[in-house]
Design a protein around this ligand. Structure first.
Ligand code: MN
Ligand code: MN
Length: 336
């Protein structure tokens, strides 16, 4: 049994321990929690609220939007834009950055989010989530797109909410990773998973095997060695998981280790990778590293990349430290 520390209390106590924290980050995180509670409610009610199915529109990535992609995006924007902590926002679902309406005060942070990750899972009643990333705004007035293009290592805070059998929030402000379970009865996230740590070794991998013929040699080699099991060079059997929902994959890795890959793909236009650096790869990389894991493109540490556009895609390899380092080493060996 936990001692019932709520997310609000946890954030406030963390803030009190920092010298120059102004309190607006705490307010922002409370608003994010509120938005995610609204989304949790909608996802849980599902077809009773008539929110499932396609919206028959496409987003900037050429993906068909679900009704819930649009509804959850509006919930995030409408819940975060008035609080006074933000200078601007960016969303996976919006082509351009999102300005704070002129009637509201502006703050010093930028919020970036994927309002509904894994939305292809929603109609089949599998886990989906919300991913968010907070940056400092260095702009004097209205932030421009360039102001959002910061390296992942400069994130102030990152987190995600997983809408599964329980609704869980995972959060880092650069001081470890903590998990909170939504207590539906009182409407509060409660600290249930303090100081989450990823085991350094693992024998579980998650990758979309149907794309195997499009992978590069280092990824082929790693997966081949896993598949050979106890008869192969790894000398042990591996297990495979594939949920097709980044939040669910990362949560599993945070709880029992493993490696997740959406590697570089030799098909055009996927040669840049599949996942988005600003809304997916960077926040997850920050969380994974803070929990003792690693995240790389195969060629460089995710958090060191200077993004060139807010919708930039990257290859992602993340999870247990020793497994990710092995895959990175295979990439280095194959280019020498
Ligand atoms: Mn997503
Ligand atoms: Mn999404």
């Amino acid at each position: 049994m936990n001692n019932n520390v709520s997310l609000s209390q946890f954030i406030l106590e963390q803030q009190r321990s920092l010298k120059d924290a102004s309190g607006t980050l705490s307010l922002l995180l409370k608003d994010i929690a509120t938005a995610c509670k609204k989304i949790s409610h909608l996802v849980n009610r599902g077809e009773l609220m008539n929110v499932l199915g396609s919206a028959e529109s496409e987003n900037i990535h050429g993906e068909v939007q679900k009704k819930l992609d649009i509804i959850t995006n509006n919930i995030m924007i409408d819940t975060l834009n008035w609080g006074g902590s933000l200078a601007g926002m960016a969303s996976e679902e919006d082509d351009e950055i999102i300005a704070i309406p002129t009637q509201y005060p502006k703050g010093k942070y930028l919020a970036l989010f994927d309002p509904l990750d894994g939305s292809s899972n929603i109609d089949v009643n599998l886990a989906v989530g919300t991913i968010f990333s907070i940056l400092h705004s260095h702009a004097d007035d209205e932030p421009k797109t360039e102001d959002f293009l910061q390296k992942g290592c400069d994130q102030v805070c990152a987190g995600f909410v997983l809408y599964g059998p329980s609704t869980l929030m995972v959060l880092t402000t650069g001081n470890g990773v903590n998990g909170f379970t939504l207590d539906q009865d009182i409407g509060e996230f409660i600290l249930t998973h303090p100081n989450m740590r990823i085991p350094e070794n693992s024998s579980e991998f998650a990758i979309n095997m149907s794309n195997q013929r499009f992978w590069e040699a280092p990824v082929q080699r790693y997966i081949n060695e896993c598949l050979q099991g106890s008869e192969g060079p790894r000398g042990k059997n591996f297990n495979m998981r594939w949920i097709a929902s980044l939040v669910a994959e990362v949560y599993r890795i945070l709880t029992r280790g493993g490696v997740f890959m959406y590697p570089l793909d030799l098909r055009k236009p996927l040669t840049e990778g599949r996942l988005r650096i600003m809304y997916e790869a960077n926040p997850m990389a920050f969380i994974i590293e803070q929990a003792g894991g690693s995240c790389s493109t195969g060629r460089e540490r995710m958090l060191d990349i200077k993004p060139t556009s807010i919708h930039q895609r990257v290859p992602v390899i993340l999870g247990s430290k020793n497994e990710v380092e092995r895959i990175v080493a295979y990439h280095q060996e194959s280019t020498h």
